[in-house]
Design a binder for this molecule. Structure first.
Ligand code: NAD
Length: 277
């Protein structure tokens, strides 16, 4: 008996790293998996590994940044496995550059994969899931969503994924569809490309149970959450919220704003490392 027996899920960027671990774990737990990746060989290797373990999977090669392809990816799952129970929006790219060296084309390509990719796959999946009145979307965000030096484009894309998660969770709850996000840490190709990457990061397999949990009925009451599993630490991440006090005047002058910001609003300075536990 697996936690995902009889379910059909699409996992993007599942040819390597975290996506491959998520796909293998979901398959070990009974799911039939559509393994997407923009690179064909790694996608086929993931499928072969799942099949060798006795699981069910099919590869789909294409870029999630292409809206037409995203729709066909979702259709493939419905046509091949008869349903779409889950979508894991995992595919992403990263790069590091100080603000003065950031490159417009590179930033555009990153946003197309990291923001439009999950948006295209998620909207195509939402249509199918809403019609069925059930389904689960798991997005993959990052601790960098709170700001990471030398990685503004990547950080912004992961902040966008968190915002997408909160928006869809609100939109889709009444249609029986849950939407959450995970914030992982793992030693992968993406982490290895980070000049300050954590060489002691655990293998991607350690994060996979969190994704399987969110895809399963064990999390039936959980939506709109970002759950972080990093170096063995499991915790929730708070959604940005209004900080009290909230001051009110009909009109505000520059001097009044300056006085409020310097006084009653009592701004906290951004902590140097907000992920310190
Ligand atoms: N590794 C970490 O510590 C870490 C930390 C925080 C968040 N993440 C997130 O985890 C996810 C997986 O990252 P990873 O570390 O496994 O990276 P990875 O580079 O090992 O794997 C990403 C996979 O996505 C594929 N991909 C890239 N662009 C694609 C596209 N347009 N369409 C389809 N597939 C595409 C790649 O070919 C690759 O196989 C990403 O969303 C990343 O932002 C990773």
């Amino acid at each position: 008996m697996g936690f995902l027996d009889g379910r059909a899920v699409v996992i993007t960027g599942a040819g390597r790293g975290l996506g491959r671990a998520f796909a293998r774990h979901a398959a070990e737990n009974g799911a039939a998996v559509v393994v997407n990746d923009v690179d064909g060989e790694p996608a086929r290797e993931t499928v072969a590994a799942i099949v060798a373990d006795g699981g069910t999977a099919v590869a789909s090669v294409g870029s999630v940044a292409d809206a037409g392809y995203a729709r066909s990816l979702i259709s493939l799952c419905c046509n091949r496995f008869g349903s779409l129970d889950g979508l894991v929006n995992n595919a992403a790219v990263g790069y590091h550059a100080p603000p003065w060296d950031d490159d417009a084309e590179r930033a555009r390509a990153l946003v197309e994969t990291n923001v439009l990719g999950p948006l295209h796959c998620g909207t195509a999946a939402a249509e199918v899931m809403c019609a069925r009145g059930r389904g689960v979307i798991v997005n993959v965000t990052s601790g960098s969503m709170i700001g990471q030096r030398g990685a503004a484009a990547y950080s912004a894309s992961k902040g966008a994924v968190a915002s997408m998660t909160y928006s869809w969770a609100a939109d889709l709850a009444e249609h029986g569809v849950r939407v959450n996000a995970v914030s992982p840490i793992a030693w992968t190709r993406l982490m290895a490309a980070d000049p300050k990457g954590n060489r002691d990061a655990p293998p991607p397999e350690r994060v996979a149970p969190l994704v399987t949990y969110l895809l399963s009925d064990l999390s039936a009451d959980v939506t709109g959450q970002v759950l972080r599993l990093a170096d063995g630490h499991l915790h929730a991440v708070r959604q940005p919220a209004i900080i009290r006090p909230v001051l009110h005047r009909e009109t505000w002058t520059v001097a009044e704003i300056a006085a409020a910001v310097g006084g009653e609003l009592a701004l906290e300075s951004p902590p140097r490392d907000r992920w310190t536990l």
